[in-house]
Design a protein around this ligand. Sequence first.
Ligand code: TV7
Ligand code: CA
Ligand code: ZN
Length: 378
Amino acid sequence: GGNMRSHYKPRVSYYYSKGIGDYHYGEKHPMKPHRLALTNSLVLGYGMHKYMEMYEPQRATRDEICEFHDQDYIDFLSRLSSPPTPTMVNLMKQFNMTDDCPAFPNLYDFCQQYAGASLLGARHITSQRSDIAVNWTGGLHHAHKAEASGFCYVNDIVLAILELLRFHPRVLYIDIDIHHGDGVQEAFYNSNRVMTVSFHKYTGDFFPGTGALDETGEGAGKHFSLNVPLQDGIDDYSYVALFKNIMSSCIESYRPSAILLQCGADSLGCDRLGAFNLSIRAHGECVQYIKSWGIPLMVVGGGGYTIRNVSRCWAYETSVLLDMGVNDTLPQTSYDEYFAPDYVLHPPIVTKVDNQNSKAGLERLVRGCREQLRYLNG
Ligand code: TV7
Ligand code: CA
Ligand code: ZN
């Protein structure tokens, strides 16, 4: 177990491309890259840069991106122009570039930047230059090999895991975004060298509609995909207990040599698209718990649509990874207006939805997960 090491001071590296906060998905679109600029300014405002290695990564190249993605799809992304030609309009349909995944200005640059950051982080983990690599600009878990999906175009997580697999025999992927991590699950569905675990809302037509308990992997990958489907309104206590319970068994059974943790902040209470009730502290406790195992760790962002809370959450989680206490009063930044009226790191999260997860339902879920994990020990 990790308790003894729960407060070790790891070597942490941090990846951020200046200007990544300036990309725009479009007027009404809920995905706001600006939240990345807010996060970065809180991280710097708290002085965390003094305790990490700070990197401005290079853009991922076409060849690096095509380690996972189809060339035709990436060629299309890199040639997008406005206004699109009629041929382009047809290809846009083919590659699912619709309302969720619009063709915004300099889209391919944006993808190259967040993917370049995840790749460099993964390389620093494999070379053992870093114990923990943090890229809040990555985490775009829905992108498929030859299709955009759910605000994601290039799957930086799959690219980072492929890089980790060059040296690591077993990589564990954990996804606490409120949406199912379908793109990553699909990429490694037949592999026992990557175990994917996603906690998500799974009800009716909630996007992307996959992530049932019985999606467990195929072929050599049978039992190596774990899904934890949840209902609206889950609270701090049940989520953290469930998370620790399932992840401890999972780590003990699978014995990963590296972990990639996707920290989508749309599982927080008050999220514009989400429907859970997690506080920033509880979300961060999941991060702390994974850190406490002392296994080489890469941490990425993901969803998160109430951007004042997303940036607070990821700044707090950076401090957790650094094992650095931070003041509840936020530092002054050029984005102060977002944090009014209280200017604190841990604002009270007002409950938006009732907890639809019964105690019995959660117990059944834990039993189901543990039953699946038994197969890993042979
Ligand atoms: C990782 N939910 C990504 C999560 C991706 C969720 C969806 C929207 C949405 C899109 C908009 C918009 C929106 C208020 C919310 C079935 C549809 C319904 C598009 C209007 N407002 C992550 C993707 C999800 C786009 N998609 O995991 C432009 O909400 O539910 C759907 C699909 C068809 C398309 N329509 C929505 O967090 C980063 N989209 C406003 C403008
Ligand atoms: Ca998830
Ligand atoms: Zn999400």
